[in-house]
Design a binder for this molecule. Structure first.
Ligand SMILES: N[C@@H](CCC(=O)N[C@@H](CS)C(=O)NCC(=O)O)C(=O)O
Length: 235
């Protein structure tokens, strides 16, 4: 991935904003991948033009920017496309990282990658099978929830014994990358989730859901149409 080259090309577009052109972020409010990208952009103080889409009615301009057609997608002013949420997070925070969100990534990239591979891989699959259990054999939903609990209990343990946040003493990129998925998992059955013996995980999630960061990235926008007024994000 030529992320370094992309970052250099876009250096001037963020933060300093010497130029009037901004990257375009194709996004979907409730998508946890898009949420993590918006969290990092918001924390970086970069600004982008946000284009909200509906997944069931994707604009042709979105598909032509990224034929893979998954959100989030970031299109830089020079035409480069970044279409993986992790890469968008890193791109934004490499432009500017006033809150030190990338610290852990810089100190221990192998740990971050391994953690996110597990989150985006097995945990996400378990989450989908639990959330959309009616599409599978009845036992699969229950088994998937049970399997996912192992990961969540490990996070709870980590938050109890190692650090207040996944990223260390302060909230950082791993927290932002993970919490949207934990929120989605909780949303399947909040009463059951809240009754699980994970006090540190509940505190961590509760702090996130009540944070200004979460509020800033969950604003509602109408789906984008060609010719619409530009939406600057963060507002
Ligand atoms: N690996 C991608 C996954 C993105 C992804 O799967 N996003 C979902 C929405 S949450 C999507 O766009 N799915 C396409 C669809 O539903 O048509 C990333 O990290 O950005």
């Amino acid at each position: 991935m030529t992320l370094w080259r992309i970052c250099r090309a876009a250096d001037i577009m963020c933060n300093g904003q010497q130029q009037q052109s901004y990257p375009v972020l194709w996004s979907f409010r409730r998508c946890p991948y898009a949420m993590r990208a918006r969290l990092a952009i918001n924390a970086s103080q970069c600004r982008v033009h946000l284009r909200e889409i509906r997944l069931r009615d994707k604009p042709k301009e979105f598909i032509s920017a990224s034929p893979k057609a998954t959100v989030p997608v970031l299109v830089l002013p020079d035409g480069h496309v970044i279409d993986e949420s992790r890469d968008i997070m890193i791109w934004a925070l490499q432009q500017s990282d006033p809150r030190g969100w990338l610290r852990l990534w810089q100190d221990d990239p192998a740990f971050c990658d391994a953690f996110l591979d597990r989150l985006d891989g097995p945990f996400k699959q378990q989450l989908d099978r639990y959330k959309y259990a009616s599409r599978f054999e009845p036992a699969i939903g229950q088994q998937s929830r049970q399997d996912a609990c192992v990961f969540l209990a490990e996070i709870d343990q980590f938050l109890e014994s190692k650090a207040s946040y996944l990223s260390g003493a302060d909230f950082g990129v791993l927290d932002a990358a993970t919490l949207p998925f934990v929120r989605q998992f909780r949303g399947v059955d909040e009463i059951w989730f809240d009754s699980q013996p994970w006090p540190h995980l509940h505190r961590w999630l509760g702090m996130f859901l009540n944070s200004a960061d979460f509020g800033a990235v969950m604003q509602k926008y109408h789906p984008w149409q060609a010719g619409d007024r530009v939406i600057l994000f963060p507002a």
